[in-house]
Write a protein that binds this ligand. Structure first.
Ligand SMILES: [Ca+2]
Length: 277
């Protein structure tokens, strides 16, 4: 027992348990898990954030495409509506044409008959001319004029039965291979005025183009007072017929000339060369 006591008392003291080393390890283990957890969470947040940015970009791009697609669809819809309206209009026109088909056929037949009438008219004009030639015993003329035209001298004259403005009269004569009458000699003047008195007739004389009087073939005309109504031409302007003087000449009821506003509607005289029998 003594020995044991000695041993207990004399021996070096036993080293105490080192709790410091165990405590550091414990602390390290205690903090490593939260640190790792936080790190993982941060990485997850960053990853999710990046993913969200990509997703947002994709969504924005998709929205833009959808918006463009909507515009295209809207445009196509408008085009389709226009096409439908056009189709309806075509159908209406088709329906109208079908409705008027019979009338068009009638008009076509009438035109054919008019063509026949025109041919008959030419034949009648030839017969008339031949008869005149026989009646006159071939002593006066071997010239011919169309029906409704008068042979005076070597020319044919058309004395209209309806009234037109001076310009429309000029156009009418042009369309019938003639021109508004040109009275370039006293002989022509007398031949024509025998058929005009006491009516008003446009003649092919005006000053609207240059301000100077000229015939419709642009031959200059020098005023001879004996052919004009006394006091004319007066180039009167207060006629209430719009701008412009009295720029067109007509035969008055006494067979003399007067200037008048060209828009007035009067009878008119066309002139052209006669043809051989
Ligand atoms: Ca006048």
């Amino acid at each position: 027992m003594m020995r044991l006591k000695e041993l207990d008392d004399s021996g070096p003291p036993l080293k105490e348990y080192q709790p410091v080393t165990l405590s550091g390890c414990y602390r390290f283990r205690r903090w490593i898990f939260p640190a790792l957890t936080v790190t993982v969470i941060v990485i997850l947040i960053i990853t999710l954030g990046a993913s969200n940015v990509k997703t947002s970009n994709h969504l924005w791009s998709a929205e833009k495409r959808i918006s463009n697609l909507s515009n295209v669809i809207e445009s196509l819809s408008a085009s389709l509506q226009n096409a439908q309206e056009t189709a309806k209009e075509v159908q209406r026109l088709h329906f109208t044409v079908e409705n008027h088909k019979d009338q068009l056929t009638s008009v076509s037949e009438a035109l054919k008959q008019l063509s026949v009438l025109d041919s008959l008219s030419s034949g009648l004009a030839g017969l008339k001319c031949s008869l005149q030639h026989i009646i006159n015993n071939s002593s006066v003329s071997d010239r011919c004029c169309p029906l409704d035209w008068k042979l005076l001298g070597s020319n044919c004259y058309f004395f209209s039965m309806s009234s037109l403005s001076w310009n429309d009269s000029r156009v009418w004569c042009d369309k019938h291979g003639s021109h508004l009458v040109i009275l370039s000699s006293d002989k022509d003047w007398n031949l024509v005025t025998n058929y005009t008195v006491p009516q008003f007739y446009w003649v092919g004389l005006s000053d609207w183009r240059t301000g100077s009087w000229e015939w419709v073939n642009q031959t200059p005309y020098t005023i001879e007072r004996r052919h004009w109504v006394p006091g004319q031409p007066d180039s009167w302007t207060h006629h209430g017929l719009g701008p412009g003087d009295e720029d067109c000449a007509h035969l008055h009821m006494n067979g003399r000339l007067n200037d008048l506003h060209c828009s007035q509607r009067l009878l008119f005289i066309c002139q052209k060369h006669s043809s051989n029998i």
